[in-house]
Every structure is written in structure tokens, then in C-alpha cells.
Design a protein around this ligand. Structure first.
Ligand code: PAF
Length: 279
């Protein structure tokens, strides 16, 4: 497995692969890797000849009060997992490589970025869209993969790649869950033992909503009941627990696919999760 710390080093390696027309996949990550990331790596490897994983904790997607400084950084452990997964190249630039002092450009996908997560983390998707646009233009992969656990992020990135005509196939990977249903996330490491026991309740509630809505229940009523259930069980604040159109994330309209999406706080940890409503 090769490791590139600069755009130039990474591009030289990719250029060499391209001489023999090899197809390339990219899994952008912020490190602290788990099975969810590795499943994206495997999915990419099935579709291309060479696989790249980028590791970059992107300061632009954290608000000043958020966890940029404490976000788990475990490079040696991540490298070992990626070596084991037969990744060809890790691209791990530092902040100055991605955002040199003369960097002034931001990418904003209007509309969808302002919904849901955008209401609670107004700068988040600008930071995500900016860094992912840069990574895609730097690497120019054939395929880029993102977890469905961050469902709105996947929608924003799809729209960004489409609008900027970036020639990449953006693929989603299904959410990988712990045996009790909790969606894997690097931030689960913040949970105390008591919070960890309670955390799968979020998945249970959205699963119940999906089943009930699929059976014709009133969306507002089931979401309100789930929100109450989470609060009573010990979740500190429910940012949202909603059913939306699966593509636009606007209010659902009859006959279109729907998605249940939720974000809620357990102590100092903000959990997000989502699930499709069965057709
Ligand atoms: O999902 C993440 O880990 C990040 O938001 C991403 C896509 C790597 C951009 O920094």
C-alpha cells in the first residue's frame, strides 16, 4: 500500500495507473475507520482496478464549537486496516495541502443543503461539498463511494458532482450496523457505557416509523410518538425525526420513495440515522 501526503505525489501514482487504463475508486474519509468505511472500500474494489482511500479531517465542515480538535485520529490503526483490505493508495494530505493560505473558494449546493442537517449545522455541507469537490478534482476517480448513514451528505454530493459536471460515478453504500442496530460511526467512540446501551433506540424508533408509514399510518403522529419515546428514554434533544422524499428530502408526495431521517443527542454525542420506508 502506498501513502501519498501531497497532491503531486498522489497524482503521479494515479497517472501511472492510467497509462494502462486502470479504473480507480476513491473512498473519502476522515479516518477513525470502521466496518462501514471498509464495506465502501470493498464495493469500490469490486468495480475498479485500483482503490484509494483519502484520510483528511476537514476543518471546513466543523463549526467552532464542534469536535474538530477532539475528532478521533488513529492513523496507524487506519493504515493497518487499509493494508489488510488491500487498498492500493492512502491519500492523507495535511490541512495546508488542501487549504493553502491563498484558498478562497467554497462550494455550496443550494436548497438541499439548507434542509435538516443544514438547519442545525449551517456551514457543514459547504465544508463537505468544498472538500469533496477538491478531492474529486484532485484524484479524478471513476467511482467515489459514500455511506448511506450520512444520507443527506450523499444527496448533496450527488447534486454537487452533477452540477459541476465532475465525471465520476457517485455510489452509496448501505449503513453497516452493530449487532444491536446502532449505525457504525466514528463518533460512537464518544458514548459512555450507559449511552451506548441506549443508543440503538434511535434505530428502533426509525424502523418502527418506517413500518408504520408503510402500513399507512399518519406521518406526523408516528414521528411525534417516536420523538416522545426517545426523550423519555434519555435522549437529551431530538433535532429532527422526520419522513421525507427520498430524493429531494422535501415533504413526501404520494407515490414517491420516502426516507425516515433522525438526529438526536445522547449526552455530548449527536447521533444521526436513516432508513428507507418500504414501498
Ligand atoms: O463522511 C465523512 O467522513 C466526511 O464528511 C467526508 C465525506 C469524508 C468529507 O470530509
Amino acid at each position: 500500500m502506498e501513502v501519498a501526503r501531497s497532491i503531486a505525489e498522489m497524482r503521479a501514482i494515479v497517472k501511472d495507473w492510467r497509462k494502462s487504463d486502470q479504473r480507480v475508486s476513491l473512498v473519502p474519509t476522515m479516518g477513525a475507520l470502521h466496518e462501514g468505511h471498509l464495506s465502501l472500500v470493498h464495493k469500490g474494489k469490486e468495480r475498479t482496478d485500483k482503490s484509494i482511500v483519502s484520510i483528511f479531517v476537514n476543518p471546513a465542515q466543523f463549526a467552532p464549537h464542534e469536535d474538530f480538535n477532539t475528532y478521533p485520529r488513529e492513523e496507524e490503526r487506519d493504515f493497518a486496516a487499509l493494508r489488510h483490505a488491500n487498498v492500493d493508495l492512502v491519500y492523507a494530505p495535511d490541512v495546508k495541502e488542501i487549504y493553502p493560505e491563498n484558498h478562497h473558494t467554497k462550494v455550496e449546493v443550494q436548497g438541499i443543503s439548507q434542509l435538516l442537517e443544514g438547519q442545525f449545522r449551517p456551514q457543514f455541507f459547504i465544508g463537505v461539498a468544498t472538500v469533496v469537490a477538491k478531492l474529486l478534482v484532485q484524484v479524478m476517480p471513476d467511482v467515489a463511494l459514500f455511506g448511506e448513514k450520512d444520507y443527506q451528505q450523499l444527496c448533496v454530493i450527488r447534486a454537487m458532482a452533477r452540477d459541476l459536471d465532475i465525471p465520476v460515478d457517485v455510489l452509496g453504500g448501505e449503513t453497516i450496523r452493530e449487532s444491536d442496530g446502532l449505525a457504525m460511526s466514528s463518533r460512537n467512540a464518544y458514548l459512555t457505557n450507559a449511552e451506548r446501551t441506549l443508543a440503538p433506540r434511535l434505530y428502533q424508533e426509525i424502523t418502527a416509523i418506517a413500518e408504520q408509514v408503510s402500513a399507512g399510518a399518519d406521518i406526523d403522529q408516528v414521528c411525534a410518538a417516536a420523538s416522545k419515546g426517545l426523550s423519555e428514554s434519555g435522549f437529551k434533544a431530538i433535532d429532527y425525526i422526520v419522513v421525507k422524499d427520498a430524493d429531494t428530502l422535501e415533504d413526501p408526495t404520494p407515490g414517491r420513495p420516502m426516507r425516515v431521517l433522525a438526529a438526536a443527542w445522547l449526552g455530548r454525542t449527536r447521533l444521526i440515522d436513516n432508513i428507507a420506508v418500504p414501498a
